[in-house]
Write a protein that binds this ligand. Structure first.
Ligand code: CP
Length: 343
């Protein structure tokens, strides 16, 4: 059973635990190990979530996040109710003091407390607008849920971060640490490279921000980010990483290559480069240390990544996506001791 005194998530000043970023975690390694223990024995805590309910609110589409969270809850004996707010709910207003004479029908100040009475935990997915950087990076949507719901909040991806994805990414990398001998390199640490890839649409920086934040905080690997000039991420997330504009140089002796597109943070939401020579192929992989290839999915084949790589022996994207279940289960299990609500 869970031991409150050994909680792996921090308690916020409001008295709740949330899972919004790596900063909510007390012990990343222990959380990774807990997730792996669920992978070995998915039903070992099948009564932990009994009589508890998680509400999964989606303001945007999803496959992996939605299903893995539902499965994780079920493994713990917890009920998960999914509500596609974006498609089926009232349009929510998040701005304080606004005159609601536009398209929004219900204010978050009214909706979130109701959801806080229906559920024990709320999990929310939102996306950035990619139009107003200050607004997106203020994380207003998820912060309003934290402020007004009164129960633990899990981010299923927010405007700037995707913490359950990042936890699954670390779990996946950790699984390869079991294989001896330790790799060559600085201090015998694995070399992980996050490389930008082209895309036809402007995508959020969430996955890249979040992966950078988690892998830096984990501090078990040498971490390099490579991208064309102009695609620098917000330094609050990349602090500690080495940034190299030359992809060939960055890939040298890499043990893991994480491919992801993101739109520009500097020229916010803009596509500055469509150069397909940034797309990873088998030739480029030759200069790595037989690197495992990661991508959070969904991926646009032959835009972001060549078929030959995705279908090749070094792709671990399915393993990575399957680990989303154990990431969600570890986090949900940490939120189970939340006392039952009154009134
Ligand atoms: N990686 C990820 O979050 O996938 P979905 O958008 O399908 O949830």
């Amino acid at each position: 059973m869970n031991d409150l005194s050994k909680s792996l998530l921090k308690t916020s000043p409001s008295g709740n635990k949330n899972f919004i970023s790596v900063n909510d975690v007390n012990d990343i390694n222990a959380l990774v190990q807990k997730a792996l223990s669920y992978k070995s024995d998915p039903f070992k805590d099948k009564l932990l979530g009994q009589n508890k309910r998680v509400g999964c609110l989606f303001l945007n589409p999803s496959m992996r996040t939605r299903l893995s969270t539902q499965i994780a809850a079920q493994n713990l004996g917890m009920e998960a109710i999914v509500f596609n707010v974006g498609a089926e709910g009232w349009a929510l207003e998040f701005e304080e003091g606004v005159i609601m004479n536009g398209s929004s029908v219900e204010h978050i100040k009214d909706a979130a407390p109701v959801l806080g009475k229906y559920f024990d935990i709320l999990a929310i997915r939102t996306f950035p607008s990619l139009k107003n950087r200050d607004e997106d990076y203020s994380e207003q949507y998820i912060k309003q849920f934290v402020k007004y719901a009164g129960i633990p909040i899990i981010s299923l991806e927010s405007a700037t971060l995707h913490p359950l994805q990042s936890l699954a990414d670390l779990i996946t990398i950790q699984e390869f640490y079991k294989v001896p001998p330790p790799p060559e390199g600085v201090g015998g640490r694995l070399k992980v490279v996050l490389t930008w890839a082209p895309h036809i649409k402007p995508l959020p920086q969430c996955v890249a921000n979040s992966f950078s934040q988690w892998i830096n905080a984990w501090d078990k690997t040498d971490f390099i980010i490579t991208h064309p000039e102009g695609y620098e991420l917000d330094s609050q997330f990349t602090k500690g990483a080495t940034v190299i504009f030359n992809q060939k140089e960055a890939l040298e002796n890499a043990d893991f290559v994480y491919i992801k597109n993101w739109s520009s943070y500097k020229k916010y939401g803009k596509i500055l480069c469509t150069d397909e020579t940034w797309m990873l192929n088998n030739k480029k992989l030759e200069q790595t240390n037989n690197a495992k290839v990661m991508h959070c999915l969904p991926v646009r084949r032959n835009i972001e990544l060549r078929d030959e790589v995705l279908d090749g022996a070094y792709s671990i994207v399915t393993q990575q996506a399957s680990n989303r279940v154990w990431a969600a289960q570890a986090v949900l299990s940490e939120l189970c001791p939340h006392p039952l609500k009154g009134g």
